[in-house]
Design a protein around this ligand. Structure first.
Ligand code: SAH
Length: 409
């Protein structure tokens, strides 16, 4: 077994079970891509078993902090079973037939993301360790779920940091004729997605609870003018329309504008409105850059009763935080200005590099610049099938606020 020896004092985060070993912490030792290594402190004490990644700044990711553990197929099968069982035990998981089954480091499987859409699994192998043990992990996933179809979407740009090539296609059970288009059930609605061409594994499962919350807010406050920016496949638009319909408030005056710069996403979104039998007349689909569109709305004096602001990951790591902070602030400033009195804004950041406190500061400063005061009615995060652990706070990436603009009196 190959050994990584750390510099003195660099064992501290591992002793707290944080799973990353940075290149700069290592005094000696090397191994092949994904190979299991024994990580030791400068004085030779066992710290963890880890997967070595020769090209990444995160040079090793811990599998286990138990010296007696063997990192083999049985180990992977047990970790997968544990992750699947944890989802089955979550309250409310019957609200959807689509779930995140494995959330990487937070499930003790660094770099592995697995989403389930009905009977099909979609996996992203994002680090050298899970790449090396792909076959054992794939077998374990089928065994733990009873699914027979597993599609690989290992095409995230972050794979390059691990020195891995993009790979996509059926890993288990499918062939060139197996459909990649699927339909999921979520709360009161259905949404279709394509696991081969959609973003990430095909869909943004992390926003599931927040789409329901948006439904609740729309049902309660009956907004007539709704603006869903960065709409992707239209989940928040469908939620708004479904809510208004459920309370009998979907009528000729309803206007739901959905904006995205991806034409295929907008086509999917339009299809999702039809799939749910919701009014196409109420919908406007806009293929545009959101920032430019918001400015145009302001110039035209438009106002909205409900706005969703869900930009893509502008700061994947802390290094990009400064530039991203300016972009988030600008978007939030524009959205707050566009809120009608009493209107509400669901604003999000899914950037790992922007923490909760910083996000709140950015939004507060956007409000100050906009000259808009608003109440923070709710704080939002990712759905519980995207857990974080106490030892790995980086697992918390999605944060959101529900802001309510002061009503006219
Ligand atoms: N709210 C969505 C997920 C949003 S993902 C949901 O619930 O499913 C972010 C979306 O922003 C993607 O669809 C991407 O195409 C879009 N996007 C990225 N940059 C953009 C820009 N500058 N203007 C408009 N849309 C953009």
């Amino acid at each position: 077994m190959k050994v990584l020896r750390l510099h003195p004092g660099r064992e501290r985060s591992l002793l707290r079970h944080h799973p990353w070993v940075f290149e700069s912490a290592i005094a000696s030792g090397r191994a092949d891509s994904g190979e299991t290594v024994r990580v030791e402190s400068a004085s030779g004490d066992f710290l963890c078993w880890a997967a070595y990644s020769p090209q990444s700044k995160i040079r090793a990711r811990a599998w286990s902090f138990d010296a007696a553990e063997r990192i083999d197929s049985a180990f992977f099968a047990q970790r997968i079973r544990r992750a699947v069982a944890a989802r089955a035990a979550l309250p409310g998981c019957a609200a959807s037939n689509a779930l995140r089954l494995v959330h990487a480091e937070s499930d003790g499987l660094p770099g592995l993301v697995v989403d389930r859409y009905g009977d099909v699994l979609v996996a992203q192998f994002g680090a050298a360790g899970v790449e090396r043990h792909k076959a054992a992990l794939a077998d374990a996933l089928l065994a733990a779920t009873g699914c027979t179809l597993l599609y690989e979407r290992s095409d995230a740009s972050s794979r390059a940091l691990e020195g891995l090539q993009p790979t996509t296609g059926w890993l288990r059970g499918g062939n060139a004729h197996t459909p990649t288009r699927h339909e999921l059930r979520e709360h009161h609605w259905r949404l279709s997605l394509d696991i081969a061409t959609g973003h990430k594994t095909g869909f943004y499962l992390d926003q599931r609870d927040n789409r329901k919350r948006f439904f609740d807010w729309c049902a309660q406050r009956r907004p007539q003018r709704v603006l869903n920016t960065f709409c992707y496949s239209g989940g928040f638009s469908v939620a708004a329309l479904a809510a208004l319909q459920s309370v009998g408030a979907l009528d000729g005056a309803t206007q739901v504008i959905s904006v995205d710069s991806s034409a295929p996403a907008l086509a999917l979104a339009q299809g999702n409105v039809a799939l749910n039998g919701l009014s196409a007349d109420a919908c406007t689909w806009v293929d545009a850059d959101v920032n430019a569109y918001l400015r145009q709305c302001l110039d035209q004096g438009a106002r909205f009763d409900a706005i969703v602001l869900d930009p893509p990951k502008l700061a994947p790591t802390a290094a990009q935080a400064d530039r991203a902070a300016r972009a988030y602030k600008d978007l939030n400033r524009l959205a707050l200005k566009l809120l009608a009195p009493g209107g509400f804004l669901f604003t999000f950041s899914c950037s790992g590099g922007i923490g909760v406190d910083l996000f709140h500061k950015i939004v507060a400063s956007a409000g100050a610049d906009a000259g808009v005061n608003a109440q923070v009615a709710e704080r939002l995060g990712a759905a519980a099938d995207h857990p974080m652990t106490l030892a790995f706070p980086e697992g918390e990436y999605l944060k959101g606020l529900v802001l309510v603009a002061d009503a006219a009196v």
